[in-house]
Design a protein around this ligand. Structure first.
Ligand SMILES: [Zn+2]
Length: 154
C-alpha cells in the first residue's frame, strides 16, 4: 500500500512508477511533454516527498493544465525559462497562475481515484499504446489529484 492509499502495481508503489517514468521520458521527448504534470501529481499525492511551500504552486499549475491544456502549459514553462535566463535572479512569474484556487489548508486528502501506480506498463514502456493514450491517463490522474485536494476544503 502506498502513502496515497493506492495498492501497489507490478512495478511497486507510486515512487517506483515515478522513477520509471522519469527514466523513460529522458529518451522520449514526446513523452517528456507531460513531465511537469507528472511531477506535480506525484508530489501532491505524496506530501511527505515535497516541501509544503511548493505545494500551492503545484496545485495551481495542475489547474492551469486542466483548464488550458498541455500546449499552453508548455508555453508557460518556456516563458518562465526565457524570463529566468534574461534576469537571472528574477522571481518566478506567478501571474498566469493567480486566477486559480489556492491549495486548501489542512492535511493531505488521501485517497485518489487515479494514481501513477495504476498506469499500465506494457512491453517495458508507458507509451506502448501511444502518446495520446498516455497523455489522457496523465490528465485523468491530474483531475483526480485536484478533485481530492478540493474535497479537503469541504
Ligand atoms: Zn502513491
Amino acid at each position: 500500500m502506498c502513502e496515497c492509499g493506492a495498492v501497489a502495481g507490478p512495478l511497486g508503489v507510486c515512487v517506483d512508477y515515478f522513477h520509471a517514468i522519469l527514466a523513460e521520458e529522458q529518451n522520449d521527448p514526446q513523452m517528456y511533454r507531460w513531465h511537469a504534470p507528472v511531477v506535480c501529481v506525484h508530489l501532491l499525492q505524496h506530501p511527505s516527498q515535497a516541501h509544503e511551500k511548493h505545494r500551492d504552486g503545484q496545485f495551481r499549475l495542475l489547474q492551469f493544465y486542466l483548464d488550458k491544456g498541455l500546449d499552453a502549459l508548455l508555453r508557460l514553462q518556456a516563458h518562465q525559462v526565457a524570463r529566468n535566463n534574461h534576469r537571472a535572479r528574477s522571481r518566478y512569474d506567478m501571474a498566469p497562475l493567480e486566477p486559480y484556487a489556492p491549495l486548501p489548508q489542512g492535511g493531505s486528502p488521501g485517497g485518489f481515484r487515479a494514481t501513477l501506480c495504476g498506469l499500465p506498463f506494457r512491453d517495458g514502456s508507458f507509451v506502448a499504446d501511444g502518446h495520446a493514450a498516455y497523455g489522457d491517463r496523465i490528465r485523468g490522474i491530474a483531475e483526480a489529484t485536484v478533485e481530492s485536494w478540493r474535497s479537503v476544503e469541504a
